[in-house]
Design a protein around this ligand. Sequence first.
Ligand code: AGP
Length: 613
Amino acid sequence: MCGIVAYIGPQNAYEIVIKGLQRLEYRGYDSSGVAIHNSKKVNVFKQKGKVQDLIDFAANKDTKGKLAIGHTRWATHGLPNDINAHPHQSGDKKISLVHNGIIENYAILKEELEQRGHQFESETDTEVLVHLIEEIHKNSKYDLFDAVRIALNEVIGAYAIVIINSDNPNELIAARKSSPLVVGIGEEEYFCASDATPIIEYTKNVVYLEDGEIAQISLTNGLKLKTIANQEKTPYIQELEMHLEALEKGGYDHFMLKEIYEQPQSIKDSMRGRISISKSKVALGGILDYEEKLINAKRLIFVACGTSWHAGLVGEYLLEEIARIPVEVEYASEFRYRNPIIGEDDFVIAISQSGETADTLAALKLAKERGATLMGICNVVGSSISRETDCGSYTHAGPEIGVASTKAFTAQVTILTLMAMMIGRRKGTITNKRFNRLLVEMKAIPDKLKTVLKENDLIEKIAKIYYQSTNALYLGRGINFPLALEGALKLKEISYIHAEGYPAAEMKHGPIALIDEEMPVFVIATKDSSYEKIVSNIQEVKARKGKIIAIVTQGDKEVKKIADHYIEIPKCDELLVPLLATVPLQLLSYHIALLRECNVDQPRNLAKSVTVE
Ligand code: AGP
């Protein structure tokens, strides 16, 4: 996903922008660039590759200036190369622009502009936008701020943009639609960025631009906000809760490992203020106003992608078991194009760590058009998905920087568990006794997770045995089947080993043909209602020389005897096993990826948040 950073103020703009781009590297990108205003001139430096390549390129060049914009590009239109890298400039080189998103009608606009004599250097949609702004600015009475606004009215698509103009050293212009953009307000200085991470070390006062808003930021007139429909808006200044150290690796080798180890705390944070054992109560404040609607909903439909989709599958088991409410779990990328049957009785719930996943946002908007009530379970406050919904619950897992989602997943499952308990209590589909026992068990999960994390050395040893495998199978039954999918995804996306998750009972319908002595089979085989059956599945695999790595309940006897390796997790209610059994799978994929010398935090071809289709 692209990243934007901009600065205007008394400091060295280039240094601040470059440091900001480095903070955004986690989003995944293939090129980067900066434009720096320096007395009536704008110097542009851009390079394919990493931000370090840009730094090396600009090392002996004039990077002085107090106004700059920067960009990390994840290619959507046009190959990753120097020419297609942002910033892009108008024909007269006076206007420079960076953009995150997609201009869907760029081809038509480009044709019209070429007919008016515009010449383009790149293959990008972004360059078309800056030329459109130039065309309007030059051939109308509008100042640049209004020229940008007029141009954006002609654009179809998603954008977060920041613009500087060589004729005005005191002004930044920023705008957003469907792609996030944050304005940081400092002492006599302003920042813009795709998220708060490049801003937080300078100021905690931020304004999250809303869709369709455009900001004029100047050292003389401050921050002026309006819609692209020309309606004045009052900026809503929030104070950031994040702390810079949350963004550092905190002593761990990788963000992913840090985030795996943060899970006892992040699950605690997800529950904070939402459960009370003494009052025998669960309350998700963000959905209280819609509790009646939730309780009477004919069905719940989850829309999500990737790991968040797996959380939705766990949620299906929880909500159908505890709250007896029908649940459907949809890939957002399928749902949005399928002409689904959605009505006013439906509750559509988007699950998304970033809150910016394009497919999930589009699925939500489709549900909205058809009258459904919308809820969000997001991790990023102020994210696009969270602002599209009628109600929702933030997971409060803290920033998740590693591309492979870990603590966000267990936080999502935590919220879904609390939601199932809250609805079940109101509907009377769960006894007080079981409700209270689940409450006590939920409260105990963070400490039990700490016990699981102590298995890290054993898990690393197991990883050393299997890291050269070319394939892997993950098996689980019931609520642990989605864990099998999640474990397989983790391994695939960071170690590049082909892995499949399967319902254990499905093995006999084909996949068992894959089993041989080269195939590691990871099985969630905890003590639950289907324990005997999963033991038989393990025996079926063993009979065909497959290697079994089992996740078992502490004190297990039977599986330990037949598995090649086992990892013990503390006993807990079978509905809460996903919160504990996920962690060994996360650690397994982490260690295997390290042994394979893969880039754990920024795996190839992947971005932290997929904001394009
Ligand atoms: C999970 O490890 C992946 N990074 C990916 O599948 C991710 O879960 C998916 O892209 C959805 O992202 P979101 O939760 O931010 O919407």
